[in-house]
Design a protein around this ligand. Structure first.
Ligand SMILES: N[C@@H](CCC(=O)N[C@@H](CS)C(=O)NCC(=O)O)C(=O)O
Length: 103
């Protein structure tokens, strides 16, 4: 896949879903974030892409770094806005701010 293809694919995932989580299946921070979303916001349209099971996972991670300035996973977008990682998501929830972002 070319960089343009990668960009189109990633941007489309972010655009078409309320919540987009770029994850790795073995990553404990990713598991924590996915669990929070599943437990508290299972009704919100969410897509998870496991980069370690994707042929183009490394290129997707490169593009995410370019787009968001963040290389680590999970890399989370809500309502097309870059939220950050697992601790950022948990902070928003603990501060009572996540619900409004999910609406
Ligand atoms: N503070 C971050 C930590 C995330 C983190 O360290 N993720 C690891 C995987 S568990 C990572 O992205 N490592 C680099 C990589 O997989 O390329 C968060 O809360 O999301």
């Amino acid at each position: 896949m070319t960089r343009a293809d990668i960009k189109e694919r990633v941007d489309k995932i972010i655009e078409e879903n309320k919540v987009a989580v770029f994850s790795k299946s073995y990553c404990p921070y990713c598991m924590k974030a996915k669990k929070l979303l599943q437990n508290n916001y299972s009704d919100v349209q969410t897509t998870v892409l496991e980069l370690d099971t994707e042929n183009d996972g490394a290129q997707i991670q490169d593009y995410l770094q370019e787009k968001s300035g963040q290389r680590t996973v999970p890399n989370i977008f809500i309502g097309q806005k870059h939220i950050g990682g697992s601790s950022d998501l948990a902070d928003l929830e603990n501060e009572g701010k996540l619900k409004a972002l999910m609406a």
